[in-house]
Every structure is written in structure tokens, then in C-alpha cells.
Design a protein around this ligand. Structure first.
Ligand code: CA
Length: 532
């Protein structure tokens, strides 16, 4: 059951996409000149087909669907993209579950023969780039009008994927970064019974938790079976870090002046964060078994009307939590509803996520670089993204006279939708969309997401490492993370007294945090430079 639910969550996020449109300006794009005609005399300008050479073919190395009953290469959406492009594709699909382990060594040894390759990872240390495995795509932007325009409209992504040498090597798929992120949610029925609004400060929050703990919120006659909040340990940093000015999710954070710090080594704010959580723990407001709590247990509690506060990916709000409440009638009045983040001495926020997803490159050994660049460009164009997100008109969705799309009844059959090839991020640079997620969740939930979006801030960005930098990070960061995680749990549960906090800080420093911080500062400086 657990596995299934997690898959459902991933799918949900997977099915989201935006029309992150490329209506950006042409000016400033590193467009390498005008498009030119290919050998068949045809000039690709961003719309299908990409060639009129009837025999054109590309080899693509990518992964199978994570749905074992989906043959992604023969899915209707995937076949239509290829057919419209006017080419044929020789697929080399490697099992989704082993993709990184299988394809990583293939790239290292050069034992592959493909024009377009889905990377086994995001090449964080520029290993493949430095090995010369991939073509610098910016040198082919004349043949990639959609991609170059999209990069201009998405400067953060452009800065993130600009390599140390100034070139761009990969076309990324994207995740939704600001919508449907982890957020705070309350049982509205309990809030109404308590006669309280959703709190926005830590103090009011504690007052509410105490009320939930001491009263018979579920009305079963037993005032002691309520668990005021059910939060998985993973989400505590998301939920409470911001009120203390900390992005404990990213760990590293930069201030207004661009100075990078490590939130878990903040001698003032992190200590205050631990003190607060320790007090919740001591008062029974953060439950004893919080470290082992999983999503299935949260769902079970909610289905038994035992808990009043949750924190999870927004998707859970109407799709996994509200829907199991015994009295949920489809409206926000009877649901777990989204709220503003909690503020303390610092104003609260929610931590978003890096939008970069799967990355696709053109092999430098390809005998057909130009065609491969054109295909990747077409495969990330708006008409294709629309298909990735909504499927096929008349089959999975309809469009009304105002141009609004609605999923068909058949599209609610997830197996069918997957077999159609929805969100084919395994084989193409697909972008998650907000609009298609909005169409799947309850209306009140979509409205809640749109409202909560204002509180979501960018996480620490994806930044390429140099060899030296990755060595420093690989050498020290695992130990540092283990150390801070273990200590955080010990301080929160009181097995370690907060009087030992200074020695904890000394301990982090002894693990060479300063060396890691220097690397992170250098990287952030590069990121800021690329952003300009
Ligand atoms: Ca009760």
C-alpha cells in the first residue's frame, strides 16, 4: 500500500505541467545565427516537421516508463511527436529502475551508440561535459529556436545549466518548482469547532495545538485520543525552519548580499529552532514517535478523525488527506485546507524545489548532430508540451469554446492515461504543468495552491561543480549531514541537552564545514554571475 501511495504522489507531480511559455524576447538570446536549409532543402523554424527527408532517423537512448504496463515507445503521444517531426526513431530503452546504474558506466566507457541520450543523472560535476561526450547546444541554437527562446524566458534555469565553460549542453525536462509544494494544512472542521482561524505565528500555533490536545475534537466522547498534529520528520525543517530564518531544507542559503551560510551551523537561529521543537516534544505536542511516522500512518489517523494538522506535498491535501476524512463533502469547509506558513521572529515561507528534471544531450559522436538538435528542440516546443500534459484532444481532454481544457472521463483511468504516454519524461524533455494538476484536484485545492504560491521561495539552486569542488563536497558533506541530523533528533527529543549546543557547533566545524562553505560560496558567485 505504501509503495502505491508514493507512486500516486509521484505520478501526480509528474502529471503537472505549465505552459511555461516561450514568449520571451529574442534579444539577448545566444542565437548562433539564422536557420539554414538542410540537405533536403528544408528549413526548420521551430514547428513540425523538422525535416522533409523521408528516410531521416535518430537513435535515442532513454528509459522505460516507471509503469511496468506502459510501452512508452509505442504510446500514442510519443508516436505522434515522432510522426509529426517527420522522422523515425530507433529506441534504446533501459529499465527505469536501473537507468543510472546501467547508463552511467556506458557513458564512462563510451559503450553507447545513440544520437540523443537521456543522462543517468544531472551531471552535477560536469563529468560527461568534460569528457567531451556531448555537443555544446548553444552552438546550434540557430536550429533550436524553441529552446533558446525558452531559456531566455527562464533565466534561473539558464544560469543553472550554463556550464563552467559558458556553454549549454543539455535540454532539461522540468518539475513544477513553486506550485503544489510541501505546505501546512489544517482540519477545517476542527478549526471551526475551536473557533479559531489558521494560525500564522508560532505562539498562536502552540495555543491551537494545546486546544486540539485537550479537547474532544472528534466528538467520540474521549478527550484524550486526539493527536494535535501528525508530521513526518522529513517535513519538520520545511514547517518550522523558516520561522527562524532558516532554509534547513536546502541547508545552504545566501543572504541579500550573497553571503552563503549553513543553516544547521547557525549558532543563534538553529539553536532557537531546536529549543522550540524540544518544547513541543516535551509538552506532547510533537509526538514521541515522530521520527518513525510515515504517510500511511498519517492517512490512517486522518481517516479516523484523530489529528488536526498535517504538512506534506500540497497534492496530499485533497487527494490523500481530505478525501479520507469521514465527513469530507468535497468542499473546503470539511477538508484539510492549506494555510500560510508560520512566522516567528522571522517571516515564514515555504521552500520550493529546483525545477530541473531529466536532462537530454546530443552525443558528440552522433553522425547527425543537426537533426538531433532539431528534434530535441521540437520535442520541447509548446505544442509537444501541451500533448505531454493533456494528451490527445478528443481522447484524454476536450476544449470548450473559451479554450479551456478539461480531462475526459476516460482520463480519470490512470492506467489508460499512462498508456497514452502522458508526461513522457522518460523519453522527452517534458515540463510539468500547473494547469493540468489544477484540473485533477478539487477546485478549492487549486485555489489554495494558487494562493499559497506567494509564500514559496526558491531553494538553493542547482550549480555545476568543478572536479576540485566535488571532491571537497564528497569528502566532507556526508559526515556533516549525518552529524547534524543525529544531533537535531537528540536535541529535539532531549537525549542531548541544549546546554551542549556550543560543543555541537564546534563538532560541525571540526568536520571541515569551512572548506565546504568556501566551495558553496564560489559556486553561488558563479551562479549569480550567470544569472546576470
Ligand atoms: Ca476524542
Amino acid at each position: 500500500m505504501k509503495k502505491k501511495r508514493i507512486t500516486a504522489l509521484l505520478l501526480a507531480t509528474a502529471m503537472a505541467v505549465t505552459t511555461l511559455t516561450a514568449c520571451g524576447n529574442q534579444a539577448g538570446s545566444s542565437n548562433g545565427g539564422a536557420a539554414t536549409a538542410d540537405a533536403s532543402g528544408y528549413t526548420y523554424t521551430g514547428t513540425a516537421p523538422i525535416t522533409k527527408d523521408g528516410g531521416a532517423s535518430l537513435k535515442i537512448l532513454a528509459e522505460t516508463s516507471n509503469y511496468t504496463n506502459v510501452d512508452i515507445a509505442n504510446a500514442e503521444i510519443v508516436k505522434k511527436v515522432i510522426e509529426d517531426a517527420g522522422i523515425s526513431v530507433d529506441w534504446q530503452l533501459v529499465d527505469y529502475n536501473n537507468y543510472t546504474d546501467s547508463v552511467g558506466p556506458m557513458l564512462t566507457t563510451g559503450a553507447m551508440d545513440a544520437d540523443i541520450i537521456l543522462l543517468p543523472d544531472q551531471d552535477p560535476n560536469q563529468t560527461y561535459i568534460k569528457s567531451g561526450l556531448f555537443v555544446a547546444l548553444d552552438e546550434h541554437f540557430a536550429n533550436m529556436p524553441n529552446f533558446s527562446k525558452w531559456l531566455d524566458a527562464n533565466p534561473v534555469i539558464k544560469a543553472e545549466i550554463t556550464a563552467e565553460d559558458g556553454h549549454i549542453y543539455y535540454v532539461p525536462g522540468t518539475n513544477v518548482g513553486k506550485d503544489y509544494q510541501p505546505v501546512l494544512m489544517y482540519n477545517q472542521v476542527w478549526l471551526d469547532k475551536a473557533g479559531m482561524e489558521a494560525p500564522t505565528t508560532l505562539d498562536d500555533f502552540v495555543t491551537l495545538l494545546k486546544y486540539f490536545k485537550e479537547n474532544d475534537m472528534n466528538g467520540n466522547g474521549d478527550p484524550s485520543d486526539e493527536i494535535p498534529m501528525s508530521i513526518m520528520a522529513y517535513f519538520l525543517p520545511y514547517m518550522f525552519g523558516p520561522a527562524f530564518g532558516l532554509d534547513l531544507v536546502s541547508g545552504f542559503q545566501a543572504d541579500d548580499k550573497g553571503n552563503v551560510t549553513y543553516a544547521y551551523a547557525d549558532s543563534e537561529n538553529f539553536k532557537a529552532y531546536l529549543e522550540f521543537l524540544n518544547s513541543l516534544y516535551a509538552e506532547g505536542l510533537l509526538e514521541v514517535e515522530y521520527t518513525s511516522l510515515d504517510r500511511d500512518q498519517v492517512i490512517e489517523r486522518i481517516s479516523n478523525d484523530k489529528t488536526g494538522v498535517a504538512f506534506d506535498f500540497s497534492w496530499a491535501m485533497s487527494m490523500m488527506y481530505s478525501n479520507v476524512l469521514p465527513y469530507y463533502d468535497g468542499t473546503a469547509k470539511t477538508a484539510f485546507v492549506g494555510a500560510a506558513p508560520l512566522s516567528g521572529e522571522h517571516e515564514g515561507f515555504y521552500v520550493g524545489r529546483v525545477e530541473l528534471g531529466n536532462m537530454f544531450g546530443v552525443s558528440s559522436k552522433s553522425s547527425n548532430v543537426e537533426l538531433a538538435c532539431k528534434f530535441l528542440d521540437y520535442a520541447m516546443s509548446d505544442p509537444c508540451q501541451e500533448m505531454y500534459q493533456w494528451g490527445i484532444e478528443g481522447e484524454s481532454y476536450t476544449v470548450d469554446s473559451n479554450g479551456n481544457k478539461t480531462y475526459t472521463e476516460q482520463a480519470s483511468d490512470n492506467d489508460w492515461l499512462q498508456q497514452l504516454g502522458i508526461n513522457p519524461s522518460f523519453v522527452f524533455p517534458a515540463q510539468q504543468s500547473v494547469a493540468s494538476t489544477d484540473a485533477l484536484v478539487a477546485d478549492w485545492h487549486a485555489e489554495s495552491n494558487a494562493w499559497q504560491r506567494q509564500y514559496v521561495v526558491d531553494p538553493w539552486p542547482f550549480i555545476y561543480s568543478t572536479n576540485e569542488e566535488s571532491e571537497v563536497i564528497n569528502t566532507y558533506m556526508v559526515d556533516i549531514q549525518t552529524y547534524v541530523d543525529e544531533n537535531a533528533t537528540a536535541f529535539i527529543t532531549g537525549t542531548k541537552a541544549l546546554s551542549e549546543f556550543d560543543s555541537y557547533i564546534e563538532g560541525v566545524n571540526a568536520l571541515k564545514l569551512a572548506d565546504v562553505l568556501k566551495v558553496k560560496q564560489d559556486q553561488y558567485n558563479r551562479y549569480l554571475a550567470a544569472l546576470k
